[in-house]
Design a protein around this ligand. Structure first.
Ligand SMILES: Cc1cc2nc3c(=O)[nH]c(=O)nc-3n(C[C@H](O)[C@H](O)[C@H](O)COP(=O)(O)O)c2cc1C
Length: 185
């Protein structure tokens, strides 16, 4: 069993990462961690996109540009941890996901244009923490969950969120502890 741990937490002492780590403690198997801040990721440029499309067209997936997509497709379980930034998540996660969304590796299309997932994982857990609480917007988990369900064929997605960590008078450690010890599947 292989768990892919996608760490989109830029801060060295990230509380979001700590929360996610506490909830995978009992995972028995290999954990592959990708710390996005250290990957030197850049958005797909026009030239890169052209090269990538040409390789996909001939079914040649040997280039390193497909490594994230292959890693994602082969994992038995996906964990994403990302702090709540500007109503969603740090942009490095979007850049990473651009490189995960590869036709022929993580998804495909039927002749009638429907997406078919090619990923092995059956579950994606998304961990986040936020300064405020009760915000009515979900452009973070909602987006990643939609990608998983619509394209990757990962139907089981779960949000684990600790809110109000930066509100005055709150004890962030208490909030984190309650969520870390919260209900599990
Ligand atoms: C760049 C940036 C943007 C943020 N945007 C929001 C926001 O839109 N809403 C909110 O409630 N908190 C926001 N916060 C606060 C973080 O969500 C909160 O401090 C979170 O716990 C940080 O997680 P970390 O400890 O894993 O870095 C923001 C923090 C930063 C640094």
């Amino acid at each position: 069993m292989r768990l892919l741990f996608i760490d989109a937490c830029p801060r060295a002492d990230s509380r979001t990462r700590r929360l996610a780590e506490s909830r995978i403690e009992d995972f028995r198997g290999e954990i592959v961690r990708i710390f996005l801040d250290g990957e030197g990721l850049t958005p797909l440029s026009g030239a890169e996109l052209e090269r990538r499309e040409a390789l996909i067209a001939v079914g040649d997936y040997s280039s390193p540009c497909f490594r994230y997509a292959k890693e994602f497709a082969a994992a038995d379980e996906i964990v994403v941890c990302a702090p709540y930034w500007d109503l969603s998540f740090p942009s490095v996660l979007k850049v990473f996901l651009e490189r995960v969304c590869v036709r022929g590796v993580t998804f495909s299309f039927t002749e009638t244009g429907e997406a078919v997932g090619l990923c092995r994982a059956r579950r994606m857990r998304y961990f986040t923490t936020m300064g405020a609480e009760g915000l009515p917007y979900d452009f973070g988990y909602g987006y990643v969950s939609a990608l998983c369900r619509t394209y990757f064929g990962i139907a089981d997605t779960e949000l684990i969120s600790a809110e109000g960590l930066d509100l005055e008078g709150r004890d962030p450690e208490e909030i984190l502890k309650a969520v870390a010890e919260g209900p599990r599947e």
